[in-house]
Design a protein around this ligand. Structure first.
Ligand SMILES: Cc1cc2nc3c(=O)[nH]c(=O)nc-3n(C[C@H](O)[C@H](O)[C@H](O)COP(=O)(O)O)c2cc1C
Length: 282
């Protein structure tokens, strides 16, 4: 399965079957998390909690609109060495790489920044000095019985999980608000942006906006959500690479110069710029 198919298939699953994930698949995911390390700041890393009881101990009983994520046999714990937006962006990037690889392997996942207890997650793993837990991801096989499906459907309805803004509402040309059209644009770029549009975000807020300027793509956020930014960056970079549109993100968190040049309105936070690496096609 290619990554772009995985991006289209992935959805958050909140009820899990008891069956644990086979060791060789867990090893593959762990290797994938480590392979991403060179892309990100040192110390941004992923640990794992195994066993339904241990995982249940970390998941909160109530978390706002979300029902309990229940029954997961594994939990991926996203760790950052210091609480900075850049580290959170990197964590979003790394962990989403693992989420997409898990989807490719036929596994179910659910990102969480609300439905778990960070203190308990920290106790369940071996923390390095100064480290903190920034997010977790449930991992396992989905329960498929009617009750579980009903619960998943109910939560999905509450957060309108299936909904995504159209590309024309989130992509601009040249500056904030500049009308952009996929007509005449590089099809690989259009597809990479489409993959970003399908990314998961906390409460499905879809905070990402893209300003296309020549060959560069700038990412800005309507709400300061650096993990969501990292996830969308992963979708653009990984989907792009798969199509021969190799490129690199440069983080530009809250860069005033960028905000002024792109005429971002107050409250919209610059996050980064994606530049293609030449030659474009392999
Ligand atoms: C950073 C982040 C945090 C999230 N936190 C939670 C959470 O605490 N509890 C939960 O049930 N879902 C959580 N979600 C899942 C989102 O609600 C979900 O991704 C969104 O509604 C889109 O649905 P989909 O993932 O099925 O496409 C989170 C997603 C992201 C990306």
């Amino acid at each position: 399965m290619d990554l772009r198919t995985a991006i289209r298939l992935r959805r958050s699953v909140r009820r899990y079957a008891a069956q644990p994930v086979p060791r060789d698949l867990l090893d593959r995911l762990a290797a994938d998390a480590r392979a991403a390390d060179h892309l990100v700041r040192p110390g941004v890393r992923v640990e794992r909690v195994d066993g339904r009881e241990r995982v249940a101990g970390v998941l909160a009983r109530y978390a706002g609109v979300y029902g309990l994520v229940r029954g997961a046999p594994h939990l991926l714990v996203g760790l950052i060495p210091e609480d900075t937006p850049e580290n959170r962006i990197d964590l979003g990037y790394v962990l989403e790489r693992v989420v997409l690889e898990a989807t490719r392997l036929g596994l179910a996942t659910c990102w969480m920044t609300g439905s778990y207890r960070p203190d308990r997650a920290a106790r369940a793993i071996r923390l390095r000095p100064g480290e903190r837990v920034a997010a977790v991801v449930a991992l396992g096989y989905p329960r498929t019985d009617p009750l579980a499906r009903l619960h998943d459907a109910a939560v999905r309805r509450v957060v309108a999980a299936h909904r995504r803004l159209p590309l024309t509402r989130i992509v601009f040309a040249g500056r904030w608000g500049g009308p952009w059209s996929s007509q005449g644009a590089d099809p690989a770029l259009v597809e990479a942006l489409e993959c970003a549009r399908l990314a998961p975000s906390a409460r499905n807020r879809q905070p990402w906006r893209f300003v296309v300027e020549g060959e560069e793509v700038h990412l800005a956020l309507t709400t300061p959500a650096p993990i969501d930014a990292g996830i969308a960056m992963a979708h653009v970079a990984l989907a792009g690479r798969e199509m021969g549109l190799a490129g690199r993100w440069r983080l530009r968190w809250a860069d005033d110069g960028m905000a002024r040049r792109l005429r971002l309105p107050p409250g919209v936070v610059p996050a980064g710029t994606f530049s293609p690496i030449h030659p474009r096609r392999p």
